[in-house]
Design a protein around this ligand. Structure first.
Ligand SMILES: Nc1ncnc2c1ncn2[C@@H]1O[C@H](COP(=O)(O)OP(=O)(O)OP(=O)(O)O)[C@@H](O)[C@H]1O
Length: 750
């Protein structure tokens, strides 16, 4: 323990004793959770053989209640996980009403006494735990189940526990800077995202605990904890709705499979391992139930080399205007479904076409288009069933009447017989035909409605530029409509689609067929949301039939802005009008020196991005290095990373502008005997090797030390995407950053 006044020492000892007891108690609870009472008692005696626990009635009582501890498997698992570090903070709270001080120990999972519900450890997600994150010493209040509780915090203590041992404790008063946060941030990264429950900051806590029944949009600076906070919000959500919500109904959308791997390890710690994860493309395939072959996405590379003639077309396909176009298109598809003939069985009119059309267009509007047709089909089937006997009766009565008349016929006997036999024959034929109709009329009638697949309709949309122009209602130039159609048809001809088609395809599918409930999610978290288009997000909302979204992103890192959003305004106004909007301006990842340098790039962007405030943590100044030849560069990398390793850093990345320089870096390092792994979209990040990664794939990731590398490709100030990519590159570094290039000025700054 550091420091060492008498008071601190005795406090330390008391905390140590409590920790020891709680850990023993937890072990017993864990071990005996599923065993019988007898075994529990034996185990208890054995465990506490040397403890004078019977003397202490409080502890004695506590132990006997452990036998009644009924736990779910999940609780049991999380208790096991919590054993090395059962809690991390203590808050002493004196409620205004009862006046009795409560000692609240806050941990990752709760532990309570079954008989009197006393909380031995309070889950960080519980309402009262908010006192730790939100409350200062002195008067405070918190809300639980709609009720507000007032009181006073008399002590707020951080407890550093490692492998079951209390290592240090720190009391926080009004003036204390958060040393624990500083220490945590100074540590080396593990190439994996971790939970941060001990050091969640107030601005982050507000987002985690924001109204769970409302969508939320978060604009957060690079390294402000967006991904981390989004995962903690999921954990908070699952905790609060654990009795009613299945984690599999929650979906996290990540930019790449690589990123999925990156966040994977934080999920179990947050009790969110069963949450679904997918990329947008994967999800669309699942929702539509078909594989969608995608053309190689070379747009970013084109943009970076100063081109991309199709950027405008990408933007159109992702815009709210395109949603309007698709809505008009669906209207047209709908009018193609109108019934023109009345529905009849035999000679009986069971449903006039006008009534069916009314149901199709006015009554069933809550259903996707083809689902309405399915509903009409079952309606007609029911109608047939209901009226069958009546119709049968009428047909029979008709012929029976004729037979009756025949029987009474007073003329030629031969003619009478022939007449009756003819009537009987006709009756027989009609009844046979009637039975056949009963079975087949509905399917035959419904078959008049021509159904086509989502893909067929989608391709059809691009077959007629005039029609597209009309749908746009003056918001699209004829020339653009023609380009859009010609360009898309060219891709379709190769039996491919492009990324930009995914949103419209999902939207159209949702409108025409709907998404099966098994493939829907009730709550969605989108990370790197700035890289999505309006259309992609609108399609998701329509397909999932919910607006329960958490969107986190950073517009300054919007490297696909030629096809994605450039402001949150339209998203919040047109898609999520109920959403709350929050901003995170502090960066927890990077040192002041690195952040200040990266901030210079924001100034050069044509937007009003706020300057990012780094949390006070100093490091070395980023270094710009010009190498003479590439072999010399490779040697430098080997030397530098070895030095960084000696300084205690573990994760290193060589970040290039695009894949082409990444391949060069990989080749030359390999030839010079340096082991580094070239990261591609579908790989996971190795833990003990430096990685080489193009900037756009490095989004969301972080490394202790970053070497930016430019060989053939330089960053140009006049190109917005270049500025953003360099910003992404620089903000991946937690502690050290070097920018290495063949040419001077390759990194705009320096
Ligand atoms: N309150 C905190 N306590 C400790 N560490 C934190 C805290 N907030 C964020 N961090 C750390 O800061 C780093 C950045 O977090 P994260 O990756 O979630 O940020 P981000 O906003 O998603 O970044 P980017 O937009 O650059 O991808 C992580 O290492 C995370 O653990």
């Amino acid at each position: 323990m550091e420091g060492g006044s008498f008071v601190e020492e005795s406090a330390f000892k008391l905390e140590q004793e409590r920790l020891e007891f709680i850990r023993q108690y937890m072990s017993v609870v864990i071990d005996t959770a599923r065993t019988s009472k007898e075994r529990f008692l034996a185990k208890m005696k054995e465990t506490f053989a040397d403890t004078d626990w019977e003397e202490n009635t409080e502890y004695g009582q506590l132990l006997t209640t452990a036998t009644f501890y009924q736990m779910s498997n999940d609780e049991w698992e999380s208790l096991k996980r919590a054993l090395p570090k059962p809690y991390f903070a203590r808050v002493d709270f004196v409620p205004s009403e009862a006046g009795q001080a409560e000692r609240l120990y806050i941990g990752k999972t709760s532990l309570f006494q079954r008989d009197n519900q006393e909380q031995l450890i309070i889950d960080w997600r519980s309402p009262i735990a908010n006192l730790y994150y939100d409350g200062r010493l002195g008067h405070v209040s918190y809300t639980s189940e709609g009720e507000t509780y007032d009181g006073e915090i008399t002590l707020k203590r951080q407890l550093m526990i490692e492998d079951g041992e209390l290592v240090d404790l720190r009391d926080i008063d009004l003036t204390t800077v958060d040393e624990l946060l500083q220490e945590t941030l100074a540590k080396s990264s593990a190439s994996r995202l971790t939970e941060i429950v001990e050091t969640i900051q107030e601005e982050q806590n507000e987002i985690i605990r924001a109204d769970l029944n409302k969508p939320i949009i978060v604009q957060g600076a690079a390294g402000s904890g967006k991904t981390t906070i989004a995962l903690h919000r999921i954990s908070y959500f699952l905790y609060h709705y654990k009795d009613v919500f299945n984690p599999a109904d929650l979906l996290i959308l990540t930019p790449t499979v690589l990123f999925m791997e990156y966040i994977q390890e934080a999920l179990p710690d947050l009790g969110a391992e069963r949450v679904r994860q997918a990329t947008y493309a994967q999800y669309v395939e699942e929702a539509i139930g078909k594989r969608i072959p995608l053309a190689k996405d070379e747009k970013l590379t084109e943009v970076l080399s100063g081109g991309n003639s199709t950027a405008k077309l990408s933007r159109i396909k992702g815009s709210s205007l395109f949603q309007q176009i698709l809505d008009h298109f669906c209207e047209e598809i709908k009018s193609g479904l109108y019934f023109h003939e009345d529905f009849k069985v035999d000679k009986f009119k069971l449903y006039p076409a006008s009534k069916l059309n009314h149901l199709l267009t006015k009554e069933y509007t809550y259903l996707p288009l083809y689902k309405r047709v399915d509903k009409l089909k079952s309606l007609l089937q029911q109608q047939v069933k209901r009226q069958k006997d009546e119709m049968l009766k009428k047909i029979t009565a008709h012929y029976d009447g004729k037979i009756e008349k025949g029987l009474n016929f007073k003329g030629d006997e031969r003619k009478r017989k022939a007449y009756i036999s003819e009537v009987l024959k006709r009756k027989d034929m009609r009844l046979t035909a009637f039975k056949d109709e009963l079975r087949n009329t509905v399917p035959r009638y419904i078959r008049l409605v021509k159904k086509s697949s989502t893909f067929t309709h989608y391709k059809d949309l691009f077959s007629n530029p005039e029609r597209m122009y009309d749908y746009a209602g003056g918001a699209l130039m004829m020339e653009d409509a023609a380009d859009l159609c010609a360009y898309s048809q060219q891709i379709f001809a190769k039996r491919k689609y492009e990324i930009e088609d995914l949103g419209p395809l999902l939207y159209l599918h949702a409108k025409l067929y709907g998404v099966h409930p098994d493939h829907r999610a009730k709550n969605v978290v989108i990370d790197e949301a700035q890289d999505y288009s309006f259309m992609q997000i609108a399609a998701l909302k329509t397909a999932l039939e919910t607006d329960m979204f958490t969107l986190v992103g950073d517009l300054a890192q919007g490297i696909h802005s030629y096809r994605s959003i450039t402001s949150w305004k339209e998203i919040s106004e047109k898609i999520f009008p109920r959403a709350s909007y929050k901003e995170l301006k502090k960066s927890y990842r990077t040192t002041i020196e690195i952040m200040n340098e990266a901030n210079k790039l924001l100034d050069k962007l044509p937007y009003d991005f706020p300057v990012v405030e780094p949390i006070v943590r100093h490091g070395e100044m980023p270094r710009y290095i010009q190498y003479e030849n590439i072999e010399q560069w490779a040697e430098g990398v080997a030397r530098q990373t070895a030095k960084w390793r000696e300084e205690g850093y573990h994760t290193f990345a060589i970040i290039t502008k695009t894949a082409s320089d990444a391949r060069i870096a990989h080749k030359v390092l390999h030839e010079n005997g340096y082991k580094a792994c070239l990261l591609e979209e579908k790989m996971s990040i190795p833990k003990d090797e430096a990685v080489i990664v193009p900037s756009y794939l490095s989004k969301g990731l972080e490394f202790d030390c970053v070497i930016a590398f430019s060989y053939d490709e330089v960053y140009r100030e006049e190109n917005e995407t270049d500025l953003k990519l360099l910003y992404v590159t620089m903000t991946r570094a937690m502690h050290r950053l070097q920018l290495t290039s063949k040419e001077e000025g390759a990194f705009i700054l320096g």
